[in-house]
Design a protein around this ligand. Structure first.
Ligand SMILES: [Zn+2]
Length: 397
């Protein structure tokens, strides 16, 4: 059995130790005895974290690596969705090729797990899902990838979408997606009936995009909370974006946070600059699991994004006015353990017996490494080195 020893690394920026790895798992923490056949890596005093968890992105539709796409899309959600659906074929967007490119970018920056929403609609069918499944299989050695069957163009307003969702879940998509029950399908009750019905039928968790603002969003949120309780799905439902929690009504937001915590619903926030969003520390303090993600990277919606979850921690920090070192650590926990909890990742962490999905980050302290967006000298997946110095060690098309 091959043993690897990563010498002189600082878990979460603490005291330096050596990490011993065998059969893809952590077998020792502390001063390591180096045996003749052990492979030794010098950590050079870098900060050690478990691999980043990209808990919300859209691998199937990134344009990363393609020619620059001049964006002149309208500002409403429906305009963006329609433009994207119409542009995919014209641009020659290949979901397998594109998802692989983004996986390489993610791994280069230290991500070891990805939850990707993947579009399902009656125009493109399961093309996206099949493409991302191809990437999931081909790159299984470097990334763990979870697919959310996502009705981006609406579930009920496009007849046949529900059946395609059912098919995707039967094929192996891990999570049931949903989208703005009021403003997209204009039929919140039936939209959520389908989402929770599919989750029950396939025994899978739920992750719903909820962009609806203010009272409308709060209304949808309460429906999601009621159903989560009724279906006994505590710990299995995530609400992504949840802009309504950025509503300017302190008491109303507090009541929603209490109900979300009690129902065991997780929240995903990207820390967006242009929208109201969940107050991070208040949400965490309510006992809610929070994860984060890049959302779409360089796609027909937005030209931004680089799949760097350390940079995402900066955005969370800036959006939420996190200045204290302890609060920046909480932002890092969101992009690591928060995502791992939401995705139910087995053996995640830096303990003995945990899977050796690891990232090394240069830096004086964890907070300094975040705000300076320090380099990642090494990334490991199941004990194997998959990236060095912010570059993936594998090629994509
Ligand atoms: Zn999204």
């Amino acid at each position: 059995m091959e043993t690897t020893i990563v010498k002189n690394v600082r878990p979460w920026g603490g005291a330096a130790i050596d990490v011993t790895i065998a059969a893809g798992r952590i077998t020792g923490l502390g001063p390591a005895t180096v045996w003749n056949d052990a492979k030794v890596i010098d950590g050079a005093g870098a900060i050690l974290l478990p691999g980043f968890v990209e808990a919300h992105t859209h691998l199937d539709k990134t344009l990363y690596g393609m020619a620059w796409h001049p964006n002149n899309v309208g500002s409403t959600l429906v305009e963006k969705i329609t433009n994207e659906r119409d542009s995919k074929s014209r641009l020659g967007l290949d979901p397998a090729r594109q998802s692989a490119r983004q996986v390489a970018l993610s791994v280069a920056h230290g991500t070891t797990h990805i939850r990707s929403h993947v579009d399902i609609d009656t125009e493109h069918g399961l093309k996206g899902v099949l493409g991302v499944m191809e990437t999931r299989e081909k790159y299984a050695d470097v990334i763990d990838l979870e697919i959310v069957a996502f009705p981006q163009s609406g579930m009920l307003i496009r007849q046949g979408t529900k059946e395609l969702m059912d098919e995707a879940l039967a094929l192996g998509a891990e999570v049931v997606g949903g989208l703005d029950p009021c403003s997209m399908d204009l039929d919140p009750k039936n939209h959520l009936d389908v989402v929770f019905g599919l989750a029950e039928k396939h025994g899978k968790p739920i992750d719903i995009h909820l962009h609806e603002l203010g009272e409308l969003g709060a209304f949808s949120m309460r429906l999601i909370i009621d159903r989560t309780r009724a279906h006994a799905m505590s710990g299995k439902v995530t609400v992504s974006h949840a802009f309504c929690l950025g509503h300017n009504d302190y008491l109303a937001v507090g009541r929603l946070l209490e109900q979300l915590a009690e129902a065991g619903i997780a929240i995903m926030t990207t820390g967006p600059a242009g929208y109201p969003c969940p107050p991070l520390i208040r949400t965490l303090d309510a006992g809610i699991t929070v994860c984060s993600g890049s959302d779409g990277i360089r796609d027909c919606w937005s030209p931004y994004g680089n799949a760097d979850m350390l940079e995402r921690a900066i955005f969370l920090g800036m959006r939420n006015d996190l200045d204290r070192d302890a609060d920046l650590r909480r932002a890092v926990e969101v992009v690591t353990t928060g995502g791992a909890t939401v995705m139910g990742i087995e053996g995640y962490g830096l303990g003995i017996g945990d899977v050796a999905d690891l990232v090394l980050i240069e830096g004086e302290t964890l907070a300094e490494a975040v705000v300076s967006r320090r380099n990642r000298p090494l990334v490991m997946k199941r004990g194997k080195v998959v990236a060095r110095d912010d570059a993936a060690l594998f090629a994509t098309e």
